[in-house]
Design a protein around this ligand. Sequence first.
Ligand code: ZN
Length: 246
Amino acid sequence: MRYLILSDIHANWEALHAVLASAGSLYDRVVCCGDLVGYGADPDAVVQWVRNNVSSVVRGNHDKACAGLEDLEWFNPVARQSALWTQAATQPENIQFLRDLIQGPERINGFQILHGSPLDEDEYVVSEQDVAQVAPYLDCNVSFFGHTHLQGAFLCHRNGVKRLIAADTASGQEVLELENDVTYLINPGSVGQPRDGDRRAAYAIYEPAARLVSLCRAEYDVASAQKKILDAGLPELLALRLSAGI
Ligand code: ZN
């Protein structure tokens, strides 16, 4: 079984489409670490696709907010405006799907998926120190997470935490061979709003039997995604940041 690992799609249909074209037939199942919507202009298309194609998905903080489960006062003004726009622009059955998403971690075939940290879906895990703090709460040797929009992997060993791959992958693909008796916390990166200085859509492919994780990037039609954001009347910043991947 090979898994396509997605996270932080953020209603960016062009980016999702490019990831699926890039991954081709290299996977059997799709799982998602949350944030299907928010920021982007295609919430219905993305949620509908997830409903039809993703076998396991946990909710992200934007899914919670757009489903009306979060007090938007905690969001910055741009995120709040996009959450309100998404609530109004999304079909009721897709809002209901977001509302019903389970909170991670969710265990799947010996690994798990979660949004922020194993303790809190709103917590950012960015540094080695952050990983050291949450590592005791990881139930599996391999966990995939999102929320930071930074692609990369951490190895947790009794000697400490090591960052295995820098967030910025220049080649478009990095393959990681997983060792036994080591805990991994891996971020596939963000499909729809990368923030690691690489504008390409990010995803991962995991083959548990071969103990291989591929971290991948795919070029996508950024201009079309930007035009939709501007045409929808969403904040200009949300379109601009896609060009730079920040
Ligand atoms: Zn996100």
